[in-house]
Design a protein around this ligand. Structure first.
Ligand SMILES: [Zn+2]
Ligand SMILES: [Zn+2]
Length: 336
């Protein structure tokens, strides 16, 4: 009964894609944490790299290590490097032994067998509450049905139990002093998650943590005032930038569509953890899809591009699947 905790923090420095307003699954990727699995065998999932150096450092090129994370803008140069202490501190003290279900996992296996539930945990900064209004929507439906429909489209025929809040009371407002800045880098968003995320993603009970920020995304080129949301590497952490979202007409649908896009990144689309059934990777624009009618098309993460995408959807009489067939196929293939 010794459990080993392999802590790895990978590090990844990342990347930065120069030009586009992507949301970047940025890259900080703190790696997996693996606390050792169960009885006595000591492996721990975390495997890892963990060296701490991270390329990334000065040059802003996309890909941070390994799986092609990186896509885009991320933290860009500079940031990220260095941290990553990859220590593998070996022996934990034996807590958690035996079960193994509590250990945080990354996106791998999300669409595979054994996933029983999928929780979307939502926090929001003061003044940045997510849209839950039903007025103006068909049959006064909840805007959150759009996210649910699209999550189910990726989960396929045998989906886990989806636990998605539809009402503000099911979400949590952060303390006033928790998120007081005007601009947030990936590191600061991960710091918030570190403190306020309540539902870790485990092998059977997966989760993402989404925080609505009353401010803007910032990378090495400064404030990105058209970036609607970001998904941070393989952490399952997503930030939504309220002042930008409010600038798009029909903010409830803008928020949902942005969340669908960021969930796609968190899940490993496109070619960023999920293998492609056929090539549809628009590699010039990070982990995006080359189908212009798919929610993973790169322009959707900026305010103007999203407006164009939403136009034809508004007034639709149900909650459409926004992923194109190529992206859905990748998720389906991962289920087998
Ligand atoms: Zn994107
Ligand atoms: Zn697609």
């Amino acid at each position: 009964m010794r459990a080993m905790a392999l802590l790895l923090v990978g590090l990844l420095a990342l990347a930065g894609c120069d030009d586009e307003p992507a949301d970047g699954a940025a890259d900080m990727n703190p790696g997996a944490e693996g606390e050792g699995e169960g009885e006595g065998e000591g492996e721990g999932e975390g495997e890892g790299e963990g060296e701490g150096e991270g390329e990334g450092e000065g040059e802003g090129e996309g890909e941070g290590e390994g799986e092609g994370e990186g896509e885009g803008e991320g933290e860009g140069e500079g940031e990220g490097e260095g941290e990553g202490e990859g220590e593998g501190e070996g022996e934990g003290e034996g807590e958690g032994e035996g079960e193994g279900e509590g250990e945080p996992v990354g996106r791998a296996g999300l669409f595979g067998p054994g996933v029983e539930s999928f929780t979307v945990e939502i926090d929001y900064a003061v003044g940045a509450a997510p849209e839950t209004r039903r007025e103006g929507l068909l049959d006064n439906r909840s805007p959150w049905l759009l996210f649910e429909t699209n999550a189910l489209a990726l989960f396929g025929d045998d989906p886990p139990l989806l636990l998605v809040p539809h009402e503000l009371e099911q979400m949590e407002e952060l303390p006033a002093d928790a998120a007081p800045f005007d601009d947030y880098r990936g590191r600061e968003i991960l710091d918030l998650a570190e403190v306020y995320r309540d539902a870790p993603s485990t092998a059977a009970d997966r989760s993402i943590y989404v925080v609505w920020i009353n401010g803007y995304y910032e990378d090495n080129s400064g404030r990105r005032d058209t970036v609607l949301g970001v998904s941070l590497g393989d952490t399952g952490v997503i930030a939504m930038f309220k002042p930008v979202l409010e600038g798009v007409s029909n903010t409830p649908m803008a928020e949902q569509t942005t969340l669908v896009h960021e969930f796609g990144h968190a899940a490993g689309l496109v070619n960023n953890g999920l293998e492609m059934v056929e090539d549809h990777h628009d590699s010039e624009h990070g982990a995006h899809c080359d189908n212009r009618d798919c929610v993973m098309y790169w322009t959707i993460e900026s305010a103007a591009g999203l407006g164009n995408f939403l136009g034809p959807l508004l007034g639709n009489d149900d909650d459409p699947v926004l992923f194109g067939p190529e992206c859905v196929a990748d998720a389906d293939a991962a289920a087998e």
